[in-house]
Design a binder for this molecule. Structure first.
Ligand code: UTP
Length: 286
């Protein structure tokens, strides 16, 4: 039912400067794979067949990453590096299934999503933010399986004092992992947060959301917010949250990014033993 996904990658990534001056934040690697590739793999696992990237200036590395690198592949064949060759060829999607549109200025997540409107027909579409990395059960697959109609977001509980960094929902009735959403406010003051249930960067949105985004109304931070458009649909369309089962890492923050690197590395047989020993020694000394 949901065959297209939008990957907004037009942001400036200011929290990771100077690393992100010339390198897209979404290309930062967790262990040895860029954040954006984890997101694309999660989308593919959910049955997505068309991948739409909303890019900006300095983001061409993302296009190169998902294309053939003829010289590299030739060199790997030459050196007999079969496994490495498979790794770089595995990420290729079928010809014509990847599209890039450019967000000419980083006017907000809602604006980035709206920039993809001409590539979306009269159908619901998924949106994935690469800096929300989910380990374990793929969150979008759980959402697609639970999705019926209207708009859906991934939700998780966050500490009360962090509610001002998220879109926060007013939850209604729960049905298993699915919770009805009665209200949504972007980055509320902690004392105004209606709950501690936060929206994480996975969405399934109805085409009507693009019309609202097209009104170009700026919200928090002067940016066009996707959550504001979703909130405007409450009462007109069903709106649900999915409490996903995996573990989410906020790779848009430096500590979240380091935690993700450790968590993924500690699951790798080629890295875990040495890393565990080193961590034990370091922690003993601190
Ligand atoms: P963030 O809110 O993390 O912003 O965007 P950012 O610019 O990437 O990073 P900081 O806060 O300056 O460090 C969440 C996602 O939305 C995309 C980003 O690329 C990221 O994947 N985004 C954000 C856009 O595509 N366009 C925008 O105008 C804003």
């Amino acid at each position: 039912m949901i065959k297209k996904a939008i990957f907004p990658v037009g942001g400036l990534g200011t929290r990771f400067l100077p690393a992100t001056k010339a390198l897209p934040k979404e290309m930062l690697p967790v262990v040895d794979k860029p954040l954006i590739q984890y997101a694309v793999e999660e989308a593919a696992a959910a049955g997505i067949e068309e991948f739409i990237f909303v890019t900006g200036r300095n983001k061409t590395a993302i296009e190169d990453h998902f294309d053939h690198s003829v010289e590299l592949e030739a060199a790997l064949i030459d050196k007999g590096k079969e496994a490495a060759l498979q790794t770089v060829q595995m990420m290729m999607q079928s010809p014509g299934s990847v599209a890039y549109v450019r967000q000419q200025a980083p006017a907000g997540l809602g604006h980035a999503v709206w920039c993809a409107r001409h590539l979306i027909g009269d159908e619901p579409v998924a949106v994935l933010l690469a800096d929300d990395l989910v380990k374990g059960a793929p969150a979008l697959k759980e959402m697609v399986e639970a999705y019926d109609s209207g708009n859906m977001v991934a939700v998780m509980e966050v500490p009360r004092e962090e509610t001002s960094s998220y879109g926060i929902v007013t939850p209604g009735a729960s049905h298993g992992q699915v919770v009805e959403i009665e209200g949504l406010v972007e980055k509320p003051a902690i004392e105004d947060a209606p709950s501690n249930l936060a929206v994480i960067g996975r969405y399934i949105i109805e085409p009507a959301v693009f019309d609202i985004l097209g009104q170009q109304r700026a919200g928090v931070g002067g940016e066009i917010q996707l959550t504001d458009a979703l909130a405007a649909q409450i009462g007109k369309q069903p709106f649900t949250g999915l409490r996903f089962s995996g573990t989410r890492f906020d790779c848009g923050s430096k500590t979240g990014f380091q935690k993700a690197n450790l968590a993924f590395a500690l699951e790798r047989d080629d890295m875990a033993p040495e890393l565990r020993r080193w961590l034990r020694d370091e922690l003993a000394q601190s």
